[in-house]
Design a protein. Structure first.
Length: 320
């Protein structure tokens, strides 16, 4: 019998909204005939601070994780770059969610709420005065529902990955974990990668260091959840086998527009998927996007993730 699929942290918990520079002195020196001497002092202009774009979404002030990785710098640097297609293979997505207006393709609903939150983190519309800001404001979200009740068979996961590839996804987000490796899922991921798709997966929430699947399959960008001090959460599955770390707690807008907290590696993975979608059309391929994400990462101690924590500000400096 095929292994069951465990969707990570499906529950959403509501949280309360609730001078001028000093003058430069110099001497004229001794001269034979007294006269005024005027010397122009040439000083280099102070370096300009990199441009940033801080969104006007009312919940932005609660999105400390995205601020910590320097997203306002990357948003400014990529303001005219079209977004990619990010497939969220999950529990579906709510087409009525305001932060996903105009973003969703193929969404028919979400009885669990997990896939909706993942989609909001990856590509919730930002700087629109509504709700929270996702990572990639111009990305399209291809919603693939494989776990309508929060669990699914490995066969349905493999079929969902194949469907995402067939429908033109550039990036596939897998915020879920198998309870054991599965050859069918491994084959679907290998096919996606062979077709030029970047696959991003959550590392898990068991607090251990053993590899999990699909995150540990070759070529997958596996993501560990860390806090704003770059420490792994106690629940975070981690290890040198994992690729990157990203903020493991997010603030998303609920159905009424209020703030909801969503935590777990399920929240960390779509940060990376959103970053990949945001820069996809600058780098042009899964291989190049992955290399840029790894090269720009901030190193971490303790074997949390091999490349380190995603750094959007440094990623901005690598844009062609």
């Amino acid at each position: 019998m095929l292994g069951r699929l465990l969707v990570l942290l499906a529950s959403l918990a509501l949280v309360s909204a609730g001078g001028s520079a000093p003058p430069t002195a110099f001497t004229a020196g001794h001269i034979v005939k007294p006269r005024k001497v005027h010397r122009r002092v040439h000083r280099p202009a102070p370096p300009r601070s990199p441009a940033t774009l801080v969104p006007d979404d009312p919940l932005w002030g609660a999105e400390s994780g995205l601020a910590h990785i320097g997203l306002p710098r990357l948003w400014a640097a990529s303001a005219t770059v079209p977004g990619a297609v990010v497939a969220v293979v999950d529990t579906g997505a709510d087409p009525g969610r305001s932060d996903l207006a105009g973003a969703l393709v193929g969404a028919s609903g979400d009885a669990v709420g997990h896939g909706t939150a993942v989609a909001e983190i990856a590509a919730g519309r930002g700087n629109d005065g509504v709700g929270a800001a996702g990572v990639c404001w111009r990305c399209r979200v291809l919603s693939i529902d494989v776990a309508p009740d929060g669990t699914a068979s490995a066969a349905s996961l493999a079929a969902g990955i194949d469907s995402a590839v067939a429908q033109g996804a550039n990036v596939i987000n897998l915020s879920l974990v198998l309870n054991e490796p599965d050859a069918g899922v491994a084959a679907a991921i290998a096919n996606a990668e062979a077709r030029g798709v970047l696959v991003v997966a959550a590392a898990g929430n068991d607090g251990g260091t053993a590899p999990t699947y699909p995150a540990a399959y070759p070529g997958v960008v596996s993501v560990v959840g860390v806090d704003d001090a770059d420490h792994p959460y106690p629940w975070a599955t981690r290890g040198s086998w994992a690729t990157l770390a990203a903020p493991g707690c997010a603030t998303v807008a609920d159905a009424s527009g209020g703030a909801a907290a969503f935590c777990g590696s399920s929240a960390a993975a779509p940060v990376v998927s959103g970053l990949a979608g945001l820069v996809w059309n600058k780098f042009g391929s899964a291989e190049a996007v992955r290399a840029a994400l790894v090269a720009s990462a901030a190193p971490l101690d303790g074997g949390v993730a091999s490349a380190g924590r995603v750094d959007a500000a440094r990623l901005a400096s690598l844009l062609p």
